[in-house]
Design a binder for this molecule. Sequence first.
Ligand code: IPM
Ligand code: MG
Length: 369
Amino acid sequence: MKNYTIALLAGDGIGPEIMHEAVKIFRLIEERNDVTFTLIEADFGAAAYFKCGHPFPDETKAICDEADAIIKGPIGLSHEESKKIPIDMQPERGALLPLRRRYNTFANFRPVSLPKALAHFSPLKPEIIGEGIDLVMVRELVGGLYFGDKEVGVNEKGLRYVKETLEYDEEQICRIMHEALRLSMRRKKVLHNIHKSNVLKSSVLWNEVLEEVAVEYPEVEIKHILVDAAATQLCLNPGQFDVMVMENMFGDILSDQGGGILGSLGLMPSACKGPEKSYYEPSHGSAPDIAGQNIANPYSMIGSVAMMLEDSFGMVEESKNVWTAMQSVFADGYSTPDLSKPGSGVKMIKTAEFGDKVVAALRAMPAVV
Ligand code: IPM
Ligand code: MG
């Protein structure tokens, strides 16, 4: 019997509600498989700041250090509420980026996936969606503008100025390219490289390193596309993409667009992989406007569990079962109010009911032997 220790960082806003549903899935996976999970809750985000004075308290760091994997809910407050926290203690700067840096989670995988049966969630026309949307964005997560040196001050003209640095070395680029190319080998063997080499020197190096690394993967066809053009093409013809690789900031923006073409960021789980440890999180924010109402869909959180099962614990088939179970609940006509408007046959249910239905659907599926 295997035992894995998992740190649960519920986070802010809708985080605790959707994490509650993720826990139901872990418990059912234990029942169905030769595995146990030790789930340890830890404070993280704005809630941790107000409770303990720090958004990433030492106790949470210790729990994460000991864990085999980490699952994290969304963090953050509304624009106005954020102002109650000193700028460097705000959960994005004070907790999330330090978490990424601590475990060096350089490879962020964001599936943008919508089976044909769920195509009605998307704002795109059926003829554009075709057989559904199925691509993965691979985002470099610990470099670039997010982590570069920053300078704020007053210049010689007496004007306030700011300087942020976009820095990558070839090793950082090389390792994310290997991740993207390996994923391409397991999928359609087409990799779209997202860059801005007509302006940014960082993109020139990015492209050079890709060409060097790609030699090791001769079967993968590389397609280069400027980031702005990629944004357009995601709307006009998402079916042309399979794996897309990009630097940190481009990945932040394009992955939200990925949520947009699906119809909601609520449909975007993700995996953040480091050399020793990975953590898993929804790609969306904490949605303070709907927090506490039990109406947020737990798809991104349960999808993050599915990604953990596959990537951290090698439970590939059971992971697929979780996806199938989740999608079957939508296919049966159920939805939560955050994703669907009433009418047109949608059976509206709450967060917890959605989780229960996923549990029931998974329970009805044969266990993996
Ligand atoms: C994401 C989020 C974060 C990011 C924020 C919360 C700092 O938007 O994971 O995409 O910008 O990376
Ligand atoms: Mg983002």
